[in-house]
Design a protein around this ligand. Structure first.
Ligand code: PLP
Length: 390
């Protein structure tokens, strides 16, 4: 059975060009980039080029990029560095819809005595800006807000928030793991102090991420060890993966310049419109005016998301019922709960996240396959029957 993969916010396919660029670093090019000899020096040169590509993708300078193992490490490093740099400040701020990489870290810091503010969102997933600004004080060490939401795709106005937070002398971090490579980002324009990204969300392999640290930002490393990454993250470099993320960043810059994700958003919109038209009691979760171009979260009322996923799976269609890390539990997602999505809709919500590898034919297959699945599940659903009677 052919696979139709529309779960790209969970992870993406490694681009063939990326794999090709990486292969020599698993075989012939095995030198240690820290070595004095030129065999290692060649590898250091390739890492330098990769760092430049990643920096270019977000408008940074190469010296502001630190390679990490993933988005989670980048997030954790940023927040821990912030609170270590300002040890007298005991207040930290984030939103109620963050990825567990931030949410669970904040909850753990809250148990260690930090006062934490989780800023609410409205029914469309938009941040309550007044609540955010009112919460800030001289005691606030860091504000961390995601750029694009992994479940709904809703984009926060990071430039505006960053300007305001910075004007109050507070450190600002953004988890841009879902945004990088999908929308144009220029850290120069935004003024953010730190930004997290992750390779496997834009066609590099898993196990490689990066943290942007604005020049001059106070920082202390999470991984203390050798002098790698200019002393900001010890440990011998994951060379092949760094070459991979460099190549993927170069490709992402090219694609963004060429059509700015235009074809991906066209296919996403086609899928969304067709499903809303063909399936009664279906609605989009989140603000459709400010969204990542590849994501749609659609609530099919009165059915179980897990049942929909299983039946789509039989047709080779891979989607998700929540974030990759929370699916597997039957709790409705914390993001949809924070938005106040009714229980009957949150439970039947499916996230479709596309990439540049999706084709029109694949979208047509989903449009044909999914409506009868929902119809069949609703015939079995006592909630649907009750809702239709009442
Ligand atoms: N932040 C967001 C918004 C994400 O979507 C993810 C992964 O889904 C992460 C952080 C964690 O990234 P990684 O899987 O590279 O640790």
């Amino acid at each position: 059975m052919t696979v139709i993969y529309v779960d790209n916010n969970a992870t993406t396919k490694v681009a063939p060009e990326v794999l090709e660029a990486m292969l020599p670093y698993f075989s012939d090019q095995y030198g240690n980039p820290s070595s004095m000899h030129s065999f290692g020096g060649n590898v250091a040169g390739a890492i330098k080029a990769a760092r430049e590509n990643v920096a270019n993708l977000i408008g940074a300078t190469p010296g502001e990029i630190v390679f990490t193992s993933c988005g989670t490490e980048s997030d954790g490093t940023a927040i821990r560095a912030a609170i270590e740099s300002y040890p007298d400040k005991k207040h930290i701020v984030t939103s109620r819809v963050e990825h567990p990489a931030i949410k669970n870290l904040y909850e753990s810091l809250s148990k260690k005595g930090y006062r934490t503010t989780f800023v609410p969102v409205d029914g469309m997933g938009r941040l309550d800006m007044d609540f955010l600004y009112d919460s800030l004080s001289e005691d606030t060490a860091v504000v961390s807000l995601m750029w694009g939401n992994n479940e709904t795709g809703v984009v926060f106005p990071i430039e505006e928030i960053s300007r305001e937070v910075k004007s109050r002398g507070i450190l600002f971090h953004t988890d841009a793991v879902q945004a990088v490579g999908k929308i144009p980002i220029n850290v120069g324009d935004t003024g953010v102090d730190m930004l997290s990204l992750s390779g496997h969300k834009f066609h590099a392999p898993k196990g490689i991420g990066a943290l942007y640290i604005r020049k001059g930002t106070k920082f202390s490393p999470f991984m203390i060890g050798g002098h790698q990454e200019s002393g900001r993250r010890g440990g011998t470099e994951n060379t092949a993966a760094i070459i991979g993320i460099g190549k993927a960043a170069g490709l992402a810059s090219e694609h963004l310049k060429k059509d700015g994700y235009g074809n991906v958003s066209r296919l996403r919109d086609k899928l969304e419109h067709a499903l809303l038209e063909k399936v009664p009691n279906a609605m989009v979760n989140g603000d459709t005016n400010n969204r990542l171009p590849n994501t749609t979260s659609i609530a099919f009322e009165y059915v179980e998301g897990e049942a929909i996923l299983l039946m789509m799976n039989e047709h080779g269609i891979c989607a998700s019922s929540g974030s990759a890390c929370t699916s597997g539990s039957l709790e409705p997602s914390h993001v949809l709960r924070a938005m106040g999505v009714p229980f009957t809709a949150a439970h039947g919500s499916i996230r479709f996240s596309l990439s540049r590898y999706n084709t029109e034919d694949e979208i047509d297959v989903i449009i044909e396959t999914l409506p009868p699945i929902i119809e069949r599940l609703r015939e079995l659903s006592p909630f649907w029957k009750k809702a239709m009677e009442g």
